[in-house]
Ligand binder design. Structure first.
Ligand code: DQA
Length: 147
C-alpha cells in the first residue's frame, strides 16, 4: 500500500478561524479526517503532520521520507521563501505535490512565486480540500506515479 506524507506548514492549524473567506470554514482536523477516509477507500496510508516551525517540518521530512511513497505538502507562507524546505524536498527525492487551498496566482504578488514548485512533481492551487484529494488520487495510481 502506498504511504503518503501529508504535511501542512505555518498557520494551517488555524483553518476554520483564519480568513474563512479565503481558506473556507473547515478546520485542519476536518480536512485531514476527510482525506484519511478517502485514503482508506482508495488504499493509501496517510501520515499527517503540521507545524508552524520550518525546522520541525524539515526534521519530519528527513525522518519520514525514506519510508514514504510520496508527499502532499501545503507549505503555507514558507512556499514563498523557504530555501531550507525546498532543499529537503530536493534532497529526499520522494515525489512531492505542492497544494494550496487558495489560488496563489490570483492573489498578492508576493504569493505568486513559489520556491518549492520547481522541486515538486506539480502544484495544485485554488481548489480548497479537493487539491489534497487530487494529489492523493495521483499517488493511488501506480500506473502514473513515478516509482
Ligand atoms: C496557502 C497560501 C499561502 O500564500 C499562505 O501563506 C498560506 C496558505 C494556501 O493554502 O492557499 O498560509 O498556502
Amino acid at each position: 500500500m502506498p504511504r503518503v506524507l501529508v504535511v501542512n506548514g505555518p498557520n494551517l492549524n488555524l483553518l476554520g478561524k483564519r480568513e474563512p473567506d479565503i481558506y473556507g470554514t473547515d478546520t485542519l482536523e476536518t480536512l485531514n479526517k476527510r482525506l484519511g477516509d478517502l485514503g482508506k477507500e482508495i488504499g493509501v496510508e496517510l501520515v499527517f503532520f503540521q507545524s508552524n516551525h520550518e525546522g520541525e517540518l524539515i526534521d519530519f521530512i528527513q525522518r519520514e521520507a525514506p519510508n514514504a511513497t510520496g508527499m502532499i505538502i501545503n507549505p503555507g507562507a514558507l512556499t514563498h521563501y523557504s530555501i531550507g524546505l525546498r532543499d529537503v524536498i530536493a534532497g529526499v527525492k520522494i515525489e512531492t505535490i505542492e497544494v494550496h487551498l487558495s489560488n496563489i496566482a490570483a492573489r498578492e504578488q508576493f504569493r505568486q512565486h513559489s520556491v518549492i514548485a520547481p522541486v515538486c512533481r506539480g502544484q495544485v492551487s485554488g481548489f480548497g480540500f479537493y487539491g489534497y484529494a487530487m494529489a492523493l488520487s495521483y499517488f493511488s495510481d501506480t500506473n502514473t506515479r513515478q516509482p
